[in-house]
Ligand binder design. Structure first.
Ligand code: ADP
Ligand code: MG
Length: 280
């Protein structure tokens, strides 16, 4: 247990350090850049908003609950993700960070679950537009847990072989999610390619998201992630209680910190009792 508490403490210290000088919280509705909003509204008015061209997707509540995507429902159950969201938005603003990669030391720690929950939480902020990209090209699960049936393959779009919009769904008016039905052939080469960077830059120009969240691969099992992290502004590390050791977390943090900023560590799959409830 001690190593987990230590991990939490270090993550908190790191967050506080990163948050120094951050502007005070201004509430959910005040996060957006007003001129950008006005421009978006005006574009939408003239039928030019590229967001509207992406097919809308309505998640099925039963699937959301089964896959632990509780943030979809909002309310008290979603509050840990809402707190995480608020912190991330504050830190992203303070650090002028837009691209945030969600990674972990090893597979199965909860990256996809955390990314999707965070995405739903971000989407409840009406003025914030979030683009979520599944780049775990070895174990792409985001589309599956969301219940997306279409054979989307964002890896093809990243390689500039097709239009990214063909591999995306829109949830509501401010959340776009690009997924993969199958693993990609050469994940490492693709993620580190020039064409991938150009595609991402073009995606950002086209959709003008406030935040881009990447559901990525783990750090310790291949070099896919570290090669890509340097193109991200910040990273969120999802560690699994009783699965990851402090050493694994240390190495992961150090590798990321060498090329980008560690926003914080999410301690997932942690069981503790509080107020007679058992949280995970
Ligand atoms: N907090 C949690 N408590 C219990 N199970 C979880 C939690 N987060 C994720 N899981 C489960 O663990 C498994 C792996 O999660 P996933 O998000 O796919 O991990 P990753 O993307 O890091 O491989 C899934 O079955 C998921 O439902
Ligand atoms: Mg995953």
């Amino acid at each position: 247990m001690e190593r987990l508490q230590e991990a939490l403490k270090r993550a908190r210290e790191q967050r506080e350090e990163l948050g120094a000088g951050a502007p005070p919280a201004t509430g959910d509705a005040a996060q957006a850049d007003a001129p950008a909003q006005a421009q978006r509204q005006s574009s939408a008015h003239h039928g030019q908003d590229p967001w509207e061209a992406v097919p809308e997707f309505a998640p099925i509540p039963r699937i959301m609950r089964k896959n632990r995507l509780i943030s979809y429902f909002g309310g008290p159950e979603a509050s840990p993700y809402d707190i995480m969201r608020t912190k991330i938005v504050q830190l992203a603003k303070a650090k002028e960070a837009k691209r945030i990669i969600v990674t972990s030391p090893s597979p199965g720690c909860g990256k996809t679950t955390t990314t999707a929950n965070l995405a739903f939480s971000l989407a409840r902020q009406a003025d914030l537009r979030t683009l979520v990209l599944d780049i775990d090209f070895r174990r792409p699960n985001l589309g599956k847990v969301l219940g997306i049936q279409e054979p989307h393959q964002f890896s093809e779009a990243l390689a500039n072989e097709s239009d990214p919009a063909e591999h995306m769904v829109r949830i509501g008016s401010n959340l776009l999610i690009a997924t993969n039905a199958e693993p990609a052939a050469n994940p490492s080469e693709l993620l580190q390619s020039q064409v991938a960077q150009e595609t991402l830059a073009e995606l950002e120009r086209r959709f003008e998201p406030d935040l881009v969240l990447f559901d990525a691969l783990p750090v310790l099992t291949s070099d896919d992630t570290i090669g890509f992290v340097e193109h991200c502004d910040a990273a969120l590390i999802v560690a699994a209680a009783e699965q990851n050791s402090m050493e694994e977390l240390d190495v992961t943090e150090a590798e990321i910190a060498a090329v980008s900023t560690v926003l914080g560590v999410v301690l997932n799959k942690c069981r503790y009792a509080g107020n007679n409830y058992e949280y995970y």
